[in-house]
Design a protein around this ligand. Structure first.
Ligand code: AGP
Length: 601
C-alpha cells in the first residue's frame, strides 16, 4: 500500500509534493520519489522542457529532494508489494523515452503478459514492478498517434486489478489520474495564496495545509486537469463524463502535527481520554437503527483485521455479557469461508479505522453480493468503506498517523460497548459508565504510569518471548497487547486464553519466562490459577489488575472497570510497547515491513 500526491496549478509543485509525502509516509516508507514537469518557458535555468525525476530508498526523514521549479508534478511513497526495496523499483516510473512518469498504488494482476507484449515491441524495463508497465503502455499508445489523454485511457482499459494512478508527460500541460477498486483517490481544490491548484492524492491529509475543498473520486473515475484548473472527470464503467460533489475537508491541519510529543504513537496514546468522549458523539437514531437491524437480522457478523478484529472479538464478548446476544466474529481475510451462509437477512458490521483495508472491503463486497446489510465503523472520513456501507458509525478519533492502532482501537471498543448497552435498552447507563472512564484513562496516560511501565520495559526489552493471558474480555485485551508489542518492538509476543495454557502452550514456559496476566473481578480466581500454573514452572508474572496479588512479580495497577476493562487495561500495554520500541532503538511510528493501511489482500 502506498501514498500518492500530485499537483497542478499556478503555484509550485515541489513544496506540495514534499510536504504531501511527509503526510502520507504512514502509508508506506520503503522508498519515495517525485517527478516534476520543468517548463523551459517558465524556468530560466532550463534550456528545454524536461521531466525532473528524483527517487530514493529509505524513509523520508533520510531523503533530501533537490528543489526544482515546475507547476505540474507527482510523487509517491512506497510499501513494497512487487519487487524488492530498490531505487529502480521506487516510483515514479518512466517510459523508455523518459517523457512519461507514473505513480501507482494497487496491483496490476495481468502485468506479466502486458510486460512481455511490450518487451516484444521493443520496450525496455528498468524495474521489477507491475507499476512500470503503465508508463510503457501509455508510451505505446502515444507512439501510435493517440493524444496523452486517450493514450492514458487506452492503457487503463488494458489493466486488470485495482489501482490508483497519476501520470504526467514532458511538455504536456496536463495531469491525468484514475482510480479502480479499493484504492482511494481524491482531489484537493485550493484558491489559496500559493496560487490556485488541484491536489490529487490518496488521502486528504497530504494537502490539508493547502486546500480545504475536496472531490472524492469513485471506482472507474478518470480525471484530466491543466494549469488553468480545467478539470474533466470521466467514468470508465459508466462510460460517460461525470460530476462529483465538492466537499469541505473535515480535518484540522493541527491534528496532523506531533505537537510536543516525540512520536505520533505517544501523542495518540495520550489522546485517548478525549477520543473516548468523541467516540460517544453519535447520532442516537443511527445507534437505535443499528440495534434494530441487529434484532431483525438472522445472523450478525463482526468483521475486521488486526486490532480492528480484536475490537470485533471484544464486541462479541460485550454483546454476550451486556445484551445477552450471540454475535459471530470473523477475520475479514477469512470471511470468504462464510459466504455460503450469507443472506439478505444477514447483518455485517465491518470495523476498519482506515476504511480502506482491502480484506475488509472485499468481505463487504461479498456480503453485498448476497444482499446482506452492512454497517461500517470507520475513522477516516471519505474513505471507501464510508461510501460502501448502509449504516455508518464514525469513530471521530481524528487522524491516526502511527502505524499502530491505539486511540482508534479503544474508540472501537467504546462503540461496541455503546451498541451493546443500547441493544440491552441501557443506553444512558452505558454512556455514563463509559464516560466515567475519562479520568482513569487520563491517569493511565500520565508520566507516573509511564515511568512505572518503563521499569517493566527495562526488564523485558531484551527478552525473545513475552506471553500474555486473559479470560473472557481480558483474552481480547491479551491479543491486542500482544499485537502492539510485536508490531513495534519486534519481540515475539503471544496471547493465550488463560484456560488454554495447560493444553500445550505451557510447554513454552521456562525459568524467567515473562507472562502478562490480565485480571478482572468476574474471573479473578480462574486467571490467578492460570498464573500460578505459569509461576510454578518458573514464569515471571506481570499482573494488570486493580489489586496487587501474591502471585505477581510486577504489578501494573489499573482500576477494575468490569465489562469495560478492555478499554482501559490496554492503555499501559500500549505504553509498554512504546517503551520497548524506544529501548530497542526503533521508530515506534513506522515499524519495519508494515503500513498503516493494508490495501492489498
Ligand atoms: C494494528 O496496530 C495494526 N496497525 C493493524 O493490525 C490494523 O489494525 C489492521 O491493519 C486493520 O486496519 P484498519 O482498522 O484500518 O482496517
Amino acid at each position: 500500500m502506498c501514498g500518492i500526491i500530485g499537483y497542478i496549478g499556478k503555484g509550485e509543485a515541489f513544496p506540495v509534493l514534499v510536504s504531501g509525502l511527509n503526510k502520507l509516509e504512514y502509508r508506506g516508507y520503503d522508498s519515495a520519489g517525485i517527478a516534476v514537469n520543468v517548463d523551459a518557458d517558465a524556468d530560466a535555468d532550463a534550456n528545454e522542457d524536461e521531466l525532473n525525476l528524483q527517487k530514493y530508498v529509505g524513509k523520508l526523514s533520510e531523503i533530501k529532494f533537490e528543489a526544482v521549479d515546475g507547476s505540474i508534478g507527482i510523487a509517491h511513497t512506497r510499501w513494497a508489494s512487487h519487487g524488492k526495496v530498490t531505487k529502480e523499483n521506487a516510483h515514479p516510473h518512466l517510459d523508455c523515452r523518459n517523457e512519461i512518469a507514473v505513480v501507482h498504488n494497487g496491483i496490476i494482476e495481468n502485468y506479466k503478459e502486458l510486460k512481455e507484449r511490450l518487451i516484444d515491441k521493443g520496450h525496455s524495463f528498468r524495474s521489477e514492478t507491475d507499476s512500470e508497465t503503465i508508463a510503457h503502455l501509455i508510451e505505446d499508445f502515444v507512439s501510435d498517434g493517440f493524444s496523452f489523454d486517450d493514450a492514458f485511457v487506452n492503457a487503463l482499459r488494458m489493466l486488470e486489478g485495482c489501482y490508483t494512478v497519476l501520470a504526467v508527460r514532458k511538455g504536456e500541460n496536463r495531469i491525468a489520474g484514475a482510480r479502480k477498486g479499493s484504492r482511494s483517490l481524491c482531489i484537493g481544490l485550493s484558491e489559496g495564496t500559493e496560487g490556485p491548484g488541484l491536489f490529487p492524492s490518496s488521502d486528504v491529509l497530504a494537502f490539508l495545509e493547502w486546500a480545504d475543498k475536496v472531490i472524492y473520486l469513485k471506482s472507474g473515475d478518470v480525471f484530466f486537469a491543466d494549469t488553468d484548473l480545467n478539470l474533466k472527470i470521466y467514468n470508465l464503467i459508466e462510460d460517460r463524463i461525470v460530476e462529483r460533489p465538492i466537499d469541505t475537508v473535515k480535518c484540522d491541519a493541527e491534528e496532523v502535527k506531533k505537537g510536543e510529543y516525540e512520536h505520533f504513537m505517544l501523542k495518540e496514546i495520550s489522546e485517548q481520554d478525549e477520543t473516548l468522549l468523541r467516540a460517544l458523539q453519535q447520532d442516537k437514531n443511527t445507534v437505535t437503527e443499528i440495534c434494530e437491524e441487529m434484532r431483525r437480522a438472522v445472523g450478525t457478523f463482526f468483521i475486521g483485521c488486526g486490532s480492528s478484529y480484536h475490537a470485533c472479538l471484544a464486541g462479541s464478548y460485550l454483546f454476550s455479557e451486556i445484551a445477552k446476544v450471540h454475535v459471530n466474529t470473523a477475520l475479514a481475510s477469512e470471511f470468504e469461508n462464510y459466504e455460503d451462509f450469507l443472506t439478505e437477512n444477514t447483518l455485517v458490521l465491518a470495523i476498519s479505522q482506515s476504511g480502506e483495508t482491502a480484506d475488509v472491503l472485499d468481505a463487504v463486497n461479498a456480503a453485498k453480493r448476497k444482499g446482506s446489510r452492512v454497517v461500517g465503523m470507520v475513522n477516516r472520513d471519505g474513505s471507501i468503506l464510508t461510501r460502501d456501507c448502509d449504516q455508518l458509525l464514525m469513530m471521530n478519533s481524528g487522524p491516526e498517523f502511527c502505524v499502530l492502532s491505539t486511540k482508534t482501537y479503544t474508540s472501537q471498543v467504546v462503540l461496541m460497548a455503546m451498541l451493546a448497552y443500547a441493544y440491552a435498552g441501557r443506553c444512558e447507563e452505558g454512556l455514563e459508565k463509559i464516560r466515567s472512564l475519562y479520568l482513569d484513562i487520563y491517569n493511565l496516560t500520565s508520566r507516573t504510569v509511564r515511568e512505572h511501565v518503563h521499569e517493566l520495559a527495562e526488564m523485558l526489552y531484551k527478552r525473545k518471548n513475552i506471553y500474555l493471558i486473559g479470560r473472557g474480555l481480558q483474552y481480547t485485551t491479551a491479543l491486542e497487547a500482544a499485537l502492539k508489542i510485536k508490531e513495534v518492538s519486534y519481540i515475539h509476543a503471544e496471547a493465550f486464553a488463560g484456560g488454554e495454557l495447560k493444553h500445550g502452550s505451557l510447554a513454552l514456559i521456562e525459568d524467567g519466562t515473562p507472562c502478562i496476566v490480565f485480571v478482572s473481578s468476574n474471573n479473578r480466581s480462574k486467571i490467578l490459577s492460570n498464573a500460578e500454573e505459569v509461576k510454578s514452572r518458573g514464569g515471571y508474572i506481570i499482573g494488570v489488575s486493580s489489586e496487587r496479588e501474591e502471585v505477581f512479580d510486577f504489578w501494573v495497577k489499573v482500576p477494575d472497570a468490569g465489562e469495560l476493562n478492555p478499554i482501559i487495561q490496554i492503555i499501559p500495554m500500549q505504553v509498554l510497547a512504546y517503551e520497548l520500541a524506544l529501548l530497542r532503538g526503533l521508530d515506534p511510528d513506522k515499524p519495519r515491513n508494515l503500513a498503516k493501511c493494508v490495501t492489498i489482500t
